[in-house]
Design a protein around this ligand. Structure first.
Ligand code: AP5
Length: 215
């Protein structure tokens, strides 16, 4: 299965992506996680990306598209993949279509997790992230078993630098201005599944499975 998961910052893409990956045994490709790993390792991509991410802006398309193209060529994507955080503007969407066309494959579905802005600030400011494995938790709605420690890999949980209120405003502006039109782009291909993203995490996942059921 070849999927995209879309939604505003904090909509729960990463949370649902972890469940989808487990259920369908497909590679989870999160451009945000890839950039954070590159920043941690101080690679040239990480050094370039940091300035944009800290301001809540998009990393330039040339860097992002190259990163995704290389990742999609890896062996584990042959069984299918779930792209999370890419594409984020129509130029990236067109580049993705082009990449897939070159290798003769198509997307099966775009899961759009729909959450109104009023819920997003609390979700993002309360999020705690594992920089080792990318898992995300929340101080009230998804507490780790042991405070400050990742349930999955045991590493320390931290608050992302771009999860402060000021940067969130800019991320939301970028989302509404540049990323929301990508949903319209894929709607024209008839592959978008709109899933309400407020409520119990497992119920939202059950709705995603139902929407993907006939693929
Ligand atoms: P990225 O890492 O992709 O961030 P984002 O899109 O802003 O999304 P988030 O990670 O903030 O949220 P999420 O939807 O995954 O929510 P989560 O599941 O964690 O990108 C970061 C930056 O990298 C960008 O700003 C940009 O600079 C750069 N970048 C990345 N991709 C790029 C690209 N393609 N082009 C250019 N630049 C790019 O959930 C949020 C919180 O809510 C968690 O605490 C979670 O526990 C909680 N939660 C989840 N579901 C629920 C629920 N149902 N009820 C209550 N709480 C919930």
């Amino acid at each position: 299965m070849r999927l995209l998961i879309m939604g505003a910052p904090g909509a729960g893409k990463g949370t649902q992506a972890a469940l989808i990956k487990e259920e369908y045994k497909i590679a989870h490709i999160s451009t945000g996680d890839m950039f954070r790993a590159a920043i941690k390792n101080q690679t040239p991509t990480g050094i370039e990306a940091k300035g944009y991410i800290d301001k809540g802006q998009l990393v330039p398309d040339s860097t992002t598209i190259k990163l995704v193209k290389e990742r999609l060529m890896e062996e584990d994507c042959k069984n299918g993949f779930l792209l999370d955080g890419f594409p984020r503007n129509t130029a990236q969407a067109e580049a993705l279509d082009e990449m897939l066309k070159e290798v003769g494959i198509k997307l099966d579905a775009v899961v759009n997790v729909d959450v109104a802005d009023e819920f997003l600030i609390d979700r993002i400011t309360g999020r705690r992230t594992c920089l080792a494995c990318g898992a995300s938790f929340h101080v009230t709605s998804k507490k780790p078993l042991k405070e400050g420690i990742c349930d999955i890999c045991g590493a320390e949980l931290v608050q992302r630098k771009d999860d402060c209120e000021e940067t969130i405003k800019s991320r939301l502006q970028v989302y509404h201005g540049q990323t929301a039109p990508v949903i319209e782009y894929f709607s024209k291909q008839g592959i978008v599944k709109n899933i309400p993203g407020v409520g119990d995490i497992n119920e939202i996942f059950a709705n995603i499975k139902k929407a993907l059921g006939d693929l």
